[in-house]
Ligand binder design. Structure first.
Ligand code: PHE
Length: 456
């Protein structure tokens, strides 16, 4: 009972803490600091936060558990895992479409993720060299626009980021992610807390608290619900096959729901701290919270530039954000690397190199959408915004929905109970019911209503 019948060899982490560290490393990244803050800013703060928290616990966490359980059952690359589990459940092998869709979403996400992570790398240098010392918010803003206007700069830093991903992926992602997460996470938490304290001292703490915690539901639209849902999947790295491969590397005989609850709480904590660090500055500086993706890259450098030893703290902060982005980036690549090397017997290094090259080329679309292709748009969305919308708001929720339906409705309950033998029966039941009756219908409802409203 302790191991899945499909398991042929031990694939991964022996200990619960390595699994938790690696999964947290995959989850925490630019999504928590950069994306969470600007999405909360654009979608009405507290109402978005509440919708986000509801989506995390009622929809995303059950789906995340389902995805990990799939990996535990299959113990192989995403495509083979779903194929095998579907055959075992006497379901159509075409459910493996979930894996294809997930790998496509992961590579598309990595293409723009690598550009933004490149910004973070560039800002390590900028802060360290004192570029923002005593800078006004105007100077921080101008410096950011100037940086974005140079395709060469963006491509250079995107390439550096992808080279780091390649190195780590080639040397075997499993150990690397777990190790890096163990070092970088406490440091990221520490530097965010220091910034939050600073923000409250120097900025407008009460305005930030009101913005983030006093809900104003008039701000909540079907579209912002979809954005909150998409972000819950994005931030927890669900629906791209990453959690599935991590599940396949997970240790036996541990409570999946227990381990993942820790991951989800840590992920939420980092996002909240990021909000508490950024918004006091935003309000004190009379910046518009809804200014978009540049929010963190203007407010933070200004904050650091005007605090004692800020250039060092600032460089450290952007370093930790970059490390968090590297562990997430490796997780985005891992499902496809794992599939290519298992399915075709390719070397890990060759699979990773090919994919990174592909992602680099795709990433040019994003890098250029901030400068020479700034005018290229569809339905008012730039190339970067389009990629973000299609992946976070369509592909991830669709992937999550398919996982919820496949695991919740197609797999036999005894099989799931078998994977869950360590959990308390009530906990199992709670998860099972949430997955079937809340997660799956909620994703469907939010997806359909928001798409209907935006196109009609
Ligand atoms: N969760 C990561 C972040 O918040 C991004 C990511 C998405 C990573 C999907 C892996 C898979 O930055």
């Amino acid at each position: 009972m302790t191991s899945s019948f499909l398991q042929t060899k031990k694939r991964g982490w022996g200990s619960r803490w390595s699994f938790v560290a690696a999964t947290t490393g995959a989850a925490i990244g630019l999504g928590n600091v950069w994306k969470f803050s600007y999405l909360a800013g654009e979608n009405g703060g507290s109402a978005f936060l509440l919708a986000y928290i509801a989506c995390v616990f009622l929809v995303a966490l059950p789906v995340m558990i389902a995805e990990v359980v799939l990996g535990c059952r299959g113990r192989a690359n995403p495509v083979a895992t779903i194929h095998n589990v579907a055959i075992e459940a006497v379901a159509s092998p075409w459910w493996k479409l979930i894996a294809w869709l997930g790998m496509l979403a992961a590579l598309l996400i990595l293409s723009y993720y690598s550009v933004i992570a490149g910004w973070s790398l560039a800002y390590i240098e900028k802060l360290f060299t004192g570029e923002f010392d005593a800078a006004s918010v105007q100077i921080a803003g101008e410096s950011f626009s100037q940086f974005l206007s140079s395709p060469w700069q963006l491509i250079k830093w995107q390439s550096v980021f992808l080279a780091l991903i390649l190195l780590m992926s080639m040397s075997g992602a499993r150990i690397g992610i777990a190790m890096m997460a163990r070092i970088a996470l406490p440091l990221l938490l520490l530097s965010l807390s220091a910034l939050a304290v600073y923000g409250f001292k120097m900025g407008d703490g009460p305005a930030a608290i009101e913005f983030l915690f006093v809900p104003d539901f008039t701000q909540l639209t079907a579209n912002s619900l979809l954005i909150a849902l998409g972000h819950a999947f994005f931030s927890l790295s669900i629906g791209v096959g990453a959690m599935l491969v991590f599940g396949s590397y997970s240790p036996d005989g541990r409570s999946v729901s227990g381990m993942l609850s820790i991951v989800v709480l840590l992920d939420l904590l980092v996002s909240l701290l990021a909000g508490l660090a950024i918004f006091p500055l935003v309000f004190a500086l009379k910046m518009a919270p809804a200014m978009g993706p540049g929010l963190m890259f203007i407010a933070m450098p200004y904050g650091f530039g005007n605090m004692e030893y800020g250039s060092y703290f600032g460089a450290l902060f952007f370093l930790m954000v970059s490390v968090a982005a590297v562990t997430s980036g490796v997780a985005l690549l891992e499902p496809t690397v794992n599939w290519l090397s298992e399915r075709f017997g390719w070397w890990r290094a060759a699979s990773a190199a090919l994919l990174v090259f592909l992602v680099w080329v795709l990433g040019l679309l994003t890098a250029l959408s901030f400068n020479i292709w700034a005018d290229v748009s569809w339905q008012g969305l730039s190339l970067f915004q389009l990629l973000d919308f299609v992946t976070a708001n369509l592909l991830l929720p669709i992937g999550g929905l398919l996982i919820a339906v496949f695991v919740g409705w197609k797999l036999r309950r005894e099989v799931l109970r078998d994977e869950f033998y360590i959990e308390h029966p009530y906990l199992f039941l709670l998860w099972y019911r949430l997955l079937r009756y809340i997660s799956a219908p909620a994703v469907l409802l939010i997806l359909v209503s928001s798409l209907y409203l935006s196109f009609y």
